[in-house]
Design a protein around this ligand. Structure first.
Ligand SMILES: Cc1cc2nc3c(=O)[nH]c(=O)nc-3n(C[C@H](O)[C@H](O)[C@H](O)COP(=O)(O)O)c2cc1C
Length: 342
């Protein structure tokens, strides 16, 4: 039958269909369009070809393109709006533009209007007790020391940033309260950890349970995970040394989409932003270094973690470790030094 996750748009005189399950785009012929229109209910490929008045090849091409889909492949209850699914699929395909034109760059600053108000300084601007110290030292650290992180420090990082503080589970609302805010208190994000170098923790993939504050062993470290530091270095020439832990963030989308229609995905991404900043601040407060890791292939990660990306999808990641030195605190001078090198 027709996939419930198709979006269609026009490009010049072509009609383009995006398959939400794969994120791929396909140009629709008139025959393909007729088959899709006729495929609102389950039918055999032969029957669809007959109803659409076309050949079996067209139907088979639509199946290969995941525009026609076996209903058994679909979750019992899907929360996704097709547009949200396209945005989620585009997330993994995102990349830096191959050429960046300096003259086209939007200015990082808007011009000042004539009338400005100067804000007076107060003791709160510099009082370390007012969190200011942590905030002013927050920086992305991509340069990691070789020594391992101890399990207690990792535990403190996870507890401080993720642990459930209050839960209304017994009221069947699913709402709980944590150090990070979450749209509707739904907390869709799950955190998986790959300890690259952590003392007293056997190599495996773990999931942090924020209710009990424990690590649940999720799966073995397979070849793909073992190659992750190497892949990270290929992605970023700024990375030096291995992080002690790679954290992968997924979203159980239905937790949020159960409550919010059409804007569930945007709420999930906003939750992720709140988590990222919390991680940066907790890492800084604990003397650790961290960096958001936006990339990673959604489908590869889902396969490695054994997840169905229609239920629980990969949305982000974070590298955590001990900073090799303090140079990352002054990114501009670091950038200029690198530029000066032959
Ligand atoms: C949404 C988001 C995605 C990011 N993705 C990456 C990434 O994939 N790799 C990386 O090295 N840094 C990544 N960063 C870190 C930014 O490059 C960093 O925040 C920026 O350069 C400013 O540096 P600062 O964090 O030290 O202020 C990301 C940050 C955010 C908020």
């Amino acid at each position: 039958m027709r996939s419930p996750y198709i979006t269609v748009y026009l490009s010049d005189s072509d009609m383009i269909a995006v398959a939400g399950t794969s994120g791929r785009r396909h140009r629709l012929s008139e025959a393909a369009r007729q088959v899709l229109l006729a495929a609102g209910v389950p039918a055999t490929p032969d029957k669809l070809a007959e109803t659409g008045g076309t050949s079996l090849d067209v139907v088979l091409a639509l199946i290969a393109a995941e525009l026609l889909i076996d209903p058994d492949r679909l979750p019992d209850r899907s929360w996704w709006d097709p547009h949200e699914l396209v945005i989620q699929r585009m997330r993994s395909a995102g990349r830096k533009r191959p050429t960046l034109q300096a003259e086209e760059m939007p200015s990082p600053r808007k011009p000042l209007r004539d009338e400005v108000v100067t804000l007076p300084q107060t003791a709160l601007d510099t009082d370390p007790a007012f969190f200011a110290d942590v905030l002013s030292h927050r920086r992305s650290c991509r340069r990691f020391a070789d020594h391992p992180l101890d399990l207690a420090t990792l535990g403190a990082f996870l507890r401080r940033s993720l642990s459930v503080q209050h839960s209304a589970e017994s009221y069947d609302s699913g709402v709980n309260w944590r150090p990070t805010p979450s749209g509707g208190g739904r907390h869709p994000l799950e955190v998986y950890l790959w300890p690259v170098r952590v003392t007293d923790l056997a190599p495996a993939i773990y999931r942090y349970d924020p209710f009990e504050s424990v690590l649940c062993r999720h799966s073995d470290v397979d070849e793909w995970f073992a190659r992750m530091p190497e892949q990270l270095r290929q992605q970023s020439d700024l990375l030096e040394g291995d992080p002690a832990v790679v954290l992968l963030v997924t979203a159980v989308a239905g937790r949020t989409m159960w409550k919010y229609e059409n804007n569930g995905l945007s709420i999930i991404y906003q939750d992720l932003g709140a988590l990222y900043q919390t991680w940066y601040l907790v890492a800084t407060a604990l003397g650790l270094g961290g960096c958001v890791l936006n990339g990673g292939n959604e489908f590869v990660n889902a396969r490695m973690l054994g997840l169905d990306p229609l239920i629980e999808c990969h949305v982000g990641g974070f590298l955590l470790g001990t900073p090799r030195d303090d140079r990352y605190q002054d990114p501009l001078s670091e950038l200029l030094t690198t530029r000066d090198q032959p």
